[in-house]
Design a protein around this ligand. Structure first.
Ligand code: ADP
Length: 532
């Protein structure tokens, strides 16, 4: 049916409307006045029964579908009562050209047909015109007016609901989180993506369960928040937001105000996941920084190697070449001393003695410097070693001094490890030599060498009861030419411990010490059992 007008059938006034609309349809279809009345009477007869006995009755007026050659009144109701009104139905049937009754479950449909004159097909444009006529027809009564308005309202509400459903569906389909906020800051809408992401319902969002949803560093403080809410322009930000599993992911945030009366009355916002992009950016940045750091490191290493090499060469050449003139100084001063006749006075003899002492000290220095530069130059000869043997060898070199100083050297059970024998012997010699050198007057030196293995590391302790040193200078004593004690009292070059550190580091180990002035010192050497 081509529908033109509708009347809900609820009360007597609807019956009047049904009658009038049927008359009108018959009139505009060009039926005679008596035909109009007949059609309207038949419709009223059925409509009355629906109003009296039916449920949710409705009259639809229009033109028949297939041939568009008759006007139709279709009455539906949810209650199968009409058939009881047999007389009324028969009466209506006699009045119209055709009457159909369809029943299905409890639904009941009665169609009344009246042919239009000349049996012409009604043009579709004419039908549209008729529909407009019906729409714009002034209300028949105040009741009609109210009814029409309420129907329009109903129609509008349905449209609105449809559009809302449509909009909701749209926001749920788009892969973004959407929300709206009212004037007081409460959330009025969140789409499904948002509830799924946060694992929170709209009620949860509004029940202050939301405190740490924004990562602390990104969270706007009270001042920024106030500025945002007073702003009439859109807010754009990048925040890390906590998902249902507790992980914070980067999102682009856009909150747009809805302006009414020149102020923001509500906000509409969306959140887009930009985590992958952010991570990519960060990795790129880190990579660039890493590359820069690597380049700088490489440059520094090359520079360091170069100056190291230069220094080593210098130390080697200096110590090697200085030996010759030194030998000459020693030779001539010895010669002069032997030729006593040539010496004029005591003063000259004292000077000569001074020259001899200075050149001896210099020889010591040169030997140590040469030793240091050779430690660097040497290729390591790694072997499985018994530290007991290496230590005993080192001690044997000091037998005379040990006796002379009435010293006791106790070696307690040293383990085995992999290392360069010559280097380790040098290490032990230097430590022993210091322990026998920095001794207290009138106190017989007692040196204990103890070791224990902890996992893959051997810890060796050299303890003495010597003069000790102030621990605040600990870092100094392992550097080149650094001495803590007076050279008149204790001879030395300040290279012994620097050589020790070099040897230990070449073995991937470490050396440190603890000490107390006038009590003694303890040097702790850590060496790995195996060299990589
Ligand atoms: P040096 O040739 O002067 O002995 P080292 O490098 O061997 O040079 O030692 C550096 C300084 O560390 C020494 O001058 C000394 O002051 C201090 N030192 C080293 N060993 C001991 C020790 N066993 N007791 C006290 N002081 C020590």
């Amino acid at each position: 049916m081509y529908e033109l007008a509708k009347v809900t059938l609820e009360n007597e006034m609807d019956l009047v409307l049904a009658h009038k609309r049927s008359m009108k349809l018959a009139e505009i279809a060009g039926l005679t006045l008596s035909a109009q009345t007949t059609f309207a009477t038949a419709v009223s007869e059925i409509a009355r029964n629906t109003i009296d006995n039916g449920k949710n009755g409705c009259l639809t007026l229009g033109i028949s579908d297939e041939k568009r050659r008759s006007i139709v009144a279709c009455i539906t109701d949810d209650n199968l009562r009409d058939l009881k009104n047999k007389d009324g139905l028969d009466y209506a049937k006699r009045l119209v050209d055709k009457l159909n009754v369809f029943t299905q479950d409890n639904d009941n449909t009665i169609e009344l047909y009246q042919y239009v004159p000349q049996g012409n097909k009604i043009d579709i444009q004419v039908l549209d015109q008729w529909r407009i006529n019906f729409r714009n027809e002034p209300p028949i009564s105040p009741y009609d007016e109210i009814k029409r308005k309420s129907e329009q309202l109903k129609e509008l509400t349905e449209k609105l609901r449809d559009s809302e459903d449509h909009y909701r569906m749209l926001t749920d389909t788009l892969p973004l989180m959407m929300f709206s906020i009212n004037e007081t800051g409460g959330l009025t809408y969140v789409n499904k993506w948002m509830t799924d992401y946060f694992g929170l319902s709209l009620e949860d969002f509004n029940a202050s369960l939301t405190e740490d949803l924004i990562y602390e560093e990104d969270r706007p403080d009270a001042e920024e928040l106030a500025a945002m809410t007073n702003s009439k322009t859109a807010i754009k930000a990048e925040w890390r937001l906590r998902n249902a599993s507790g992980n914070y992911l980067w999102h682009m945030v856009s909150i747009n105000p809805i302006i009414t009366d020149n102020k923001a009355s509500a906000w509409f916002g969306f959140l887009v996941d930009i985590n992958a992009q952010k991570l990519f950016e960060q990795t790129l940045k880190d990579n660039q920084e890493l590359k820069k750091a690597q380049q700088l490191l490489q440059y520094n290493i090359t520079e360091l190697n170069r100056s190291n090499e230069e220094l080593q060469q210098f130390a080697f050449v200096a110590s090697h070449d200085l030996q010759e003139p030194l030998r000459k100084v020693t030779f001539y001063s010895d010669y002069l001393q032997m030729q006593e006749a040539l010496l004029v006075d005591d003063k000259s003899i004292r000077f000569l003695h001074g020259i001899r002492q200075a050149s001896d000290r210099m020889r010591g220095l040169i030997t140590d410097l040469l030793g240091f530069s050779q430690v660097n130059k040497r290729k390591m000869d790694l072997k499985h070693l018994s530290l007991n043997h290496v230590m005993q060898d080192a001690v044997s070199d000091f037998e005379l001094i040990i006796k002379e100083k009435n010293a006791t050297v106790e070696i307690r059970n040293l383990p085995e490890l992999q290392g360069d024998e010559t280097m380790l012997r040098r290490l032990f010699e230097n430590l022993l030599s210091n322990s026998l050198k920095y001794v207290r007057e009138d106190v017989a030196p007692v040196i204990t060498i103890n070791a224990k293995q902890e996992g893959d590391v051997v810890k060796i302790e050299f303890t003495d009861n010597g003069i000790g040193f102030d621990e605040q200078y600990l870092s100094k004593i392992f550097t080149l030419f650094q001495r803590l004690h007076d050279k008149q009292q204790f001879s030395g070059s300040g290279l012994g411990l620097a050589i020790c550190r070099k040897i230990v580091e070449m073995h991937n180990g470490s050396i440190t010490a603890t000490s107390k002035v006038n009590v003694g010192s303890c040097f702790l050497v850590r060496l790995p059992v195996k060299q990589e």
